[in-house]
Write a protein that binds this ligand. Structure first.
Ligand SMILES: [Zn+2]
Length: 76
């Protein structure tokens, strides 16, 4: 407890998810309908359970990490 959770809308079907491989962020519906443009081999549009397997709703931590690396690179 005590950690500040990111405020992300989680209504079913419009949940934001990030591709586990390339970190592309779209809604669940968008992944289900067209898959990940960068990772077509996941076949998320063919099997909707693949969307759950290949994407994650927990991408905020990774985003912060990437931002930190970016800033470090620019300043270094
Ligand atoms: Zn992807």
């Amino acid at each position: 407890m005590g950690s500040a959770a990111a405020q992300i809308p989680t209504s079913f079907g419009h949940e934001l998810r990030a591709c586990r491989r390339c970190r592309l962020v779209k809604t669940y519906d968008q992944f289900r309908e067209s898959g990940c443009e960068n990772c077509p081999f996941f076949n998320m549009d063919a099997d909707h359970e693949r969307v759950v397997d290949c994407t994650t709703p927990n991408f905020t931590g990774d985003s912060k990490l990437r931002i930190h690396i970016y800033i470090s690179t620019v300043r270094g």
